[in-house]
Design a binder for this molecule. Structure first.
Ligand code: HEM
Length: 293
């Protein structure tokens, strides 16, 4: 693997991984494993022996914080690579801005992480923490897409419009998902306040939005097959099919976890699935956007 492929792929993987490790923090009840911020416990940046919160909780929360720092290192490496090696590219400024946004996003996550701990895992702050990772994952994916010169296809206006609606609806599904979590048993921790909503209502709203999303994705496949030329049919059609399959699997996990009392392992799988759904949606967005590089 070449150096740029390594840096930009690692950045994407860690951005997505942070969501899953963040989930592990929540699902193991380790949100306050490091009760202070930016230190882990008073007087120490890392967990200490005999920490009141317990070693396991402290290290899980601390591990999540470490991954965030790793992301900063990778984002800086990405910026340095772009500035040193890619100055002559037509999209240099765009690439530089995307890398800078990864760094700004890191700063945003650190501040939000701090607010989350200081507000004792308030659900709005926990949801925002997740939602902020979505543009960061999208940005990391965009960087990788450009650096590895992945195709950008010119498509018919209808395909473009339906694709954009699919991606926007995916975002909405994800945001509603965080509200479902913030209403139910796996919000911040046992004592954290919840959104004052009916759990059943918000879960069904989330699932209904997913059903609409699946319907629109099928419509997109139909539009591509009916109106696009062979290359688009093949390449974009494959990306949309992957999105459909990932979303269907994610939907299945969603229903199973709902009807089996939200076991932690499935909820963790649902969180991983959520990042994969988002990545596969954003790949569609990047492929059909504009072809000016
Ligand atoms: C494309 C499909 C789906 C996506 C992208 C998605 C995404 C999400 C996200 C992002 C969360 C919040 C995770 C967190 O903050 O920890 C969530 C939670 C949840 N989702 Fe979905 N979801 C999908 C389908 C479904 C379906 C069909 C159901 C069926 C009822 C469902 C049920 C739930 C439940 C019950 C939770 C709360 C889990 C918890 O206690 O943490 N999801 N979903």
């Amino acid at each position: 693997m070449s150096l740029p492929a390594f840096i930009f792929t690692a950045l994407l993987i860690f951005q997505a991984g942070l969501v899953v490790t963040g989930g592990a923090v929540r699902l193991t009840g380790s949100g306050l494993g490091c009760p202070t911020w930016p230190e882990c416990t008073d007087g120490s940046i890392k967990p200490i022996v005999r920490q009141a919160e317990g070693q396991l909780h402290a290290w899980i929360e601390f591990g999540n914080r470490l991954i965030a720092w790793l992301i900063l290192i990778l984002a800086l490496a990405a910026l340095i690579y772009i500035v040193k090696k890619l100055k002559n590219r037509k999209d240099y400024k765009r690439l530089r801005a995307l890398a800078l946004l990864q760094i700004a996003g890191f700063a945003g996550q650190v501040v939000l992480g701090g607010i989350t701990v200081l507000t004792k895992l308030n659900p709005i702050s926990v949801s925002a923490h997740f939602v902020l990772t979505l543009p960061l994952i999208a940005g990391a994916l965009a960087l990788r897409h450009r650096i590895l010169d992945k195709p950008v296809l010119s498509v018919k206006p209808t395909t473009l419009t339906v694709s954009k609606i699919v991606v926007a609806l995916t975002f909405i599904v994800l945001v509603i998902g965080t509200v479902v979590t913030g209403t139910g048993p796996h919000a911040g921790d046992v004592d954290a306040v919840r959104y004052k909503l009916d759990e059943r209502f918000i879960s069904w709203l989330h699932a209904d939005a997913v059903i609409l999303l699946i319907g629109l994705t099928l419509a997109l496949i139909f539009v591509i097959r009916a109106a696009e030329e062979e290359l688009v049919k093949k390449y974009l059609g494959k990306l949309v099919l992957i999105f459909l399959l990932v979303s269907l699997s994610q939907g299945a996990i969603g229903y199973i976890q709902y009807f089996t009392g939200l076991p932690e392992l499935l909820v963790g799988a649902h969180l991983l699935g959520a990042t994969l759904v988002w990545i596969s949606a954003w790949r569609i967005k990047l492929t059909v956007s504009n072809n000016s590089k």
